[in-house]
Write a protein that binds this ligand. Structure first.
Ligand code: HEC
Ligand code: HEC
Ligand code: HEC
Length: 428
């Protein structure tokens, strides 16, 4: 064999060997890093799944960010971080006997697998409660709690003159601070808890009512209050439940709880509003001849988030305002409410259009009497006069920025055609 080609072959062999060895070395050195990375990824995935499980199953009692609600303990508690893993998973799997904490494991009649329960323990020990709160909001599962309400002072004073009025006053105040979130204004009930201001409940014995308030009802939202309230406070609440017909309506008003928002929920709300509402209520909520203004001080300050949510969910029967509850999830509707609420700080005092049929389009009426109250992003006054509602869409369509892409494409096409034609000419 030619010694020269032999030498070349050896060099090639040596080179190949070097490549293999260094690749192997790189792999071995990198492996621990890769394993850690993979573990981090798995943990991140599990924590992500756990946040959704938490939102769907636990937030209603333990709060949107694990802060605890009423008599239900917080889970963002540092003591739980150092508690043995098994102890927490056992609590979740089996529940706490004779408390509102239900059993969650499938073998105990619950809905969660052992794997899911482990994920929840990881969330409790390593998770991010802020991100969990955002997940709960984005899924539309934020509990309307904790919230409290202010007792009407005049009516509270009036109750003082009833027989044993002081006890009733104590109870009304306790109810407004602890129970109204679930049992509703004046104890008339909500979607999540029954009315207590009800003849059927009044008929129960004091012992029965006392037992429910003290120990709760296992596996329901009704927790036991014995750790939070003193026995005489519970007794006072029992007498309120039994004598509620003597307490004037309006004493315990409905709470005004703002619906929580996140960046994502606001973006979703804006998108849903543009797609479903702006054609009637105007792109900035300023109203059109078809529907009233929503972006106006009086409406926004007088209407709570819950009320707006209810109007959107149920619609306004007998008007053009559709029922959205059967087309959108609660999360969607709450996102829209959050988006509408954002207008409040800058909302004009007077709506440019108030009611359908109350005049032409806003920018047609504005000539002399009413000042232009439209937000500055709206149809500029330069196109006033003959412009109508459709002008906004047309204007967007004619936005000069939309001309950039076709412009570039056209010039490329021209260049190609020209150079093709040029080279053909040279070939000839
Ligand atoms: C119906 C209301 C309710 C729901 C839903 C609920 N819990 Fe609880 N949870 C409670 C109550 C009440 C306690 C306190 C029990 C007691 O007094 O020991 C509790 C206690 C706990 C504890 C022990 C806390 C401690 O400090 O010892 C953990 C952990 C826990 N819950 C996790 C969860 C998880 C995870 C979920 C969702 C899968 C969940 N809970 C759903 C009501 C609830
Ligand atoms: C987190 C929501 C929640 C809170 C807060 C709450 N409850 Fe309840 N409560 C419920 C639910 C749900 C039920 C129905 C339980 C069932 O189905 O057995 C209930 C049931 C009751 C009952 C039994 C009603 C009946 O028909 O027999 C009484 C009494 C009661 N609650 C009193 C109170 C009092 C007093 C407070 C405040 C100290 C309070 N609850 C706070 C959710 C709540
Ligand atoms: C087909 C037209 C139409 C559409 C689409 C529409 N609305 Fe309405 N909306 C109305 C009309 C008309 C009223 C006034 C009803 C009345 O007379 O009380 C109204 C009333 C309301 C009110 C109460 C305002 C007040 O002053 O009391 C709210 C809030 C509202 N709409 C929100 C929405 C939202 C959010 C959407 C989109 C999801 C939407 N609407 C879509 C026509 C519409």
């Amino acid at each position: 064999m030619n010694p020269k080609s032999h030498l070349i072959e050896s060099f090639i062999g040596l080179g190949a060997l070097l490549i293999v060895v260094s690749a192997l070395g790189y792999y071995i050195l990198n492996e621990p890093v890769r394993i850690v990375q993979a573990q981090d990824e798995v943990l991140a995935l599990q924590l992500d799944e756990a946040m959704t499980l938490y939102a769907e199953n636990c937030a209603v009692c333990h709060g949107m960010s694990g802060e605890g609600i009423g008599a239900t303990p917080p889970l963002n508690n540092p003591a739980l971080v150092t508690m043995p893993f098994e102890e927490i998973s056992k609590t979740i799997a089996r529940g706490r006997y004779q408390t509102a904490m239900p059993a969650w494991a499938i073998e105990d009649g619950g809905p969660l697998s052992d794997y899911q329960i482990d994920e929840l323990v990881m969330l409790i020990q390593y998770g991010d409660w802020g991100a969990t709160g955002n997940r709960v909001v984005n899924l539309g599962l934020a509990p309307l709690i904790p919230f409290t309400t202010e007792v009407d002072p005049a009516l509270l004073a009036e109750i003082g003159s009833l027989l044993d009025g002081a006890t009733l006053q104590t109870a009304v105040t306790l109810f407004a601070a602890n129970c109204v979130s679930c049992h509703g204004a004046d104890g008339l009930g909500t979607g999540i808890a029954p009315a207590l201001n009800d003849p059927a409940v009044r008929e129960k014995t004091a012992d029965e009512i006392q037992r429910v308030i003290t120990y709760g009802n296992t596996g329901t939202l009704m927790a036991g209050w014995s750790n939070i309230l003193a026995p005489e406070e519970i007794t006072a609440l029992v007498s309120l439940v039994q004598r509620w017909d003597e307490v004037p309506l309006g004493t315990i008003p409905a709470p005004d709880v703002p619906i929580p928002v996140t960046e994502e929920s606001l973006a979703l709300g804006s998108q849903l509003y543009a797609a479903n509402c702006s054609r009637c209520h105007g792109p900035e909520g300023q109203g059109t001849p078809r529907a009233p203004s929503l972006n106006v001080k009086s409406f926004l300050t007088d209407t709570s988030d819950q009320a707006i949510q209810q109007i959107i969910t149920l619609g306004v029967p007998g008007t053009a305002m559709p029922t959205w509850g059967d087309r959108m999830t609660d999360a969607d509707i709450q996102a829209i409410v959050g988006f509408i609420r954002q207008w409040e700080p800058t909302a004009p005092e007077v709506a440019t259009i108030t009611r359908p049929g109350g005049g032409g389009p806003p920018w047609r009426n504005n000539n002399s009497t009413t000042p232009n109250l439209l937000p500055s992003t709206n149809p500029p006054s330069t196109i006033s006069g003959n412009s109508a509602g459709g002008q906004t869409a047309l204007q967007t369509l004619l936005d000069w920025r939309l001309l950039i892409l076709p412009g570039i494409l056209l010039s490329i096409a021209f260049t190609l055609i020209y150079s093709g034609w040029d080279s053909l000419r040279r070939l000839r």
